[in-house]
Design a protein around this ligand. Structure first.
Ligand SMILES: *[C@@H]1O[C@H](CO)[C@@H](O)[C@H](O)[C@H]1NC(C)=O
Ligand SMILES: *[C@@H]1O[C@H](CO)[C@@H](O)[C@H](O)[C@H]1NC(C)=O
Ligand SMILES: *[C@@H]1O[C@H](CO)[C@@H](O)[C@H](O)[C@H]1NC(C)=O
Ligand SMILES: [Fe+2]
Length: 497
């Protein structure tokens, strides 16, 4: 038994294409495969109908600049401290610098507090950014809805957000996980579907705007349109940012050679709160989760700042306070798609043994434009050249690895999975979507991958994630055996979840 959760995994297949009988057969084989050591993962037969993967035109209403002189735009928020009592609010004004103030309070239109932020602007080749404001508001109350207002006079704008509950081992919380989003019609479905799920915070696994697909002045323009595009979610739900390769933007032909310049000017992170020296890697605690953000495109080998920081941060994780240990990165460590195959291998060599030693619950990555979930496996033995081992093996200390780089950007889907499906791969499907992780308490979290099915959200790969620290292996196995019986006794399928 590799994955404590796979017993109650259920798959909802496209109703038009698969009969109940097929569903039944597939599910039973998935159940049996769990018993047989987790081999024989599922390659979903679902074929995404090819919507054009093109960026939405700039003149589309989706990217509309808010009306009024110097009205704030591209509003987005992120956690501002280690534990969730602070928020960083960012926005852009186009016409003049304007005010750096955020007014906020507990009811709409009645703002008892004011905070003052900072403003910066920059150029990128011949593009001149707007005035980018960032304001930290702190000493907030936990689990409280705040209303905020930014901008001056008649063209100020109003938003709200909700702080997380106090850090507590049993605090329930719902995360949405999105990767490789871009700004196409598929990207829009992903955001809309994620809003429907009621996810309280978004864990973003890198590759934001795909503005680097443009040249010269248009790169900056597409960063701006993306900021307006995600505002519908990011002004209300904090997005926890991590950087992908599309954020690097190393463009010698334009004289732009400092990596991550657009990204770092626009998407601040609370890195000093976790004693990090870079906004590209950091950690936050939120409700019952400790979230570690890594940078696939910054040095991480032994003795580098990121390596040293992670070593220290893992020691600070207290599973008695935050049972759920979640890692975000861009390039997946386990990936059986032809696209970006093995690109995460160098990070695997450096960090995998720590993930197992510290019993990370789940690692989310993007980069590959398809969905994939692994069993609990590790390949640590391979690090020892004289052991002769080179294949991942079941490892109950290992995290579940999930690739969710299927947000819907203009590069389209990664349609070619390697054949045969490797033993470590539990489920894979090349279509668009996002994930949700709904923490119930210290032992259980309900996970879903939600496919974008022509405008509908379809929960496709689902399972109960058991906590790696609090789960009692022995009791859990017994429980699962009972569940398996009850599952098989209680068909049809629709009853299983
Ligand atoms: C920032 O804005 C000011 C005021 O409009 C302008 O004078 C300055 O050149 C801008 N700086 C950059 C780096 O674009
Ligand atoms: C490496 O593998 C060999 C052979 O299995 C074993 O004797 C040795 O102890 C291992 N070394 C480490 C550091 O794990
Ligand atoms: C934790 O949540 C799971 C799933 O909702 C539930 O079955 C279990 O009883 C809960 N545990 C406790 C101690 O409440
Ligand atoms: Fe990528």
């Amino acid at each position: 038994m590799v994955n404590g959760g796979c017993i109650i995994m259920a798959m909802f297949w496209n109703k038009r294409k698969n009969s109940m009988l097929v569903q039944l057969l597939l599910l039973s084989s998935a159940l049996l495969s769990c018993i047989n050591n987790g081999n024989a993962g599922v390659t979903s037969p679902f074929v995404r109908n090819e919507w054009p993967s093109v960026d939405i035109p700039l003149e589309n209403e989706i990217f509309a600049v808010p009306k009024g002189y110097n009205a704030p735009q591209q509003v987005h928020i992120t956690q501002g401290d280690y534990d969730g009592k602070a928020v960083i609010i960012s926005w852009v004004t186009a016409d003049e610098p304007g005010s750096n103030k955020v007014q906020y309070g507990l009811s709409e239109g009645k703002y008892d507090f004011t905070a003052e932020g900072t403003m910066q602007n920059y150029t990128f080749y011949n593009y001149k950014s707007g005035y980018i404001h960032q304001c930290l508001i702190d000493d907030l109350q936990y689990d409280t809805k705040y209303y905020y207002e930014i901008g001056d006079g008649d063209f100020s704008r109003r938003f709200w957000f909700r702080t997380p509950p106090q850090v507590d081992p049993d605090a329930p919380y719902k995360f949405g996980i999105i990767g490789d989003l871009g700004q196409t019609y598929n990207s829009l479905s992903t955001i809309e579907h994620c809003l429907e799920t009621g996810a309280q915070t978004i864990l973003f696994v890198g590759d934001l705007s795909y503005a680097d697909r443009y040249e010269y002045h248009d790169v900056g323009v597409r960063w701006d349109s993306w900021g307006r595009f995600v505002e519908r979610s990011a002004a209300y739900q904090p997005w926890i940012w991590s950087a992908g390769n599309h954020e690097i933007e190393y463009f010698p032909y334009m004289g732009e050679v400092i990596p991550f310049r657009n990204y770092l000017h626009r998407y601040p992170t609370p890195y000093p709160a976790s004693k990090s020296s870079s906004p590209l890697w950091y950690a936050v605690r939120r409700a019952s989760a400790h979230i570690i953000v890594l940078s696939s495109y910054s040095p991480f080998v032994k003795y580098t700042p990121q390596w040293t920081w992670l070593q220290e941060e893992l020691k600070r994780v207290d599973r008695e306070k935050t049972p759920w240990l979640i890692v975000l990165m861009h390039a997946p460590i386990y990936n059986s798609n032809d696209a970006h195959f093995m690109e995460g291998e160098s990070m695997r060599v450096v960090f995998e043994s720590w993930f197992c030693r510290y019993k990370v619950d789940i690692v989310f990555a993007g980069h590959v434009h398809a969905y994939e979930r692994s069993y609990r496996i590790s390949n640590i033995r391979y690090n020892n050249a004289s052991s002769g081992a080179s294949n991942p093996v079941p490892d109950k200390s290992a995290p579940v690895y999930i690739t969710v780089g299927d947000g819907g950007n203009q590069e389209g889907l990664a349609l070619r999975f390697r054949d045969p499906q490797p033993d470590y791969s539990a489920f894979r499907e090349a279509s668009y979507g996002h994930s949700t992780l709904e923490i119930k308490n210290r032992t259980h979290a309900l996970y879903h991958w939600n496919r974008n099915d022509d405008g509908k959200r379809v929960q496709t790969d689902s399972f109960m994630l058991h906590n790696q620290y609090w789960g009692d292996n022995r009791r859990r196995r017994k429980l699962n055996k009972n569940r398996l019986h009850s599952v098989l006794d209680n068909l049809p399928l629709s009853l299983i979840l």
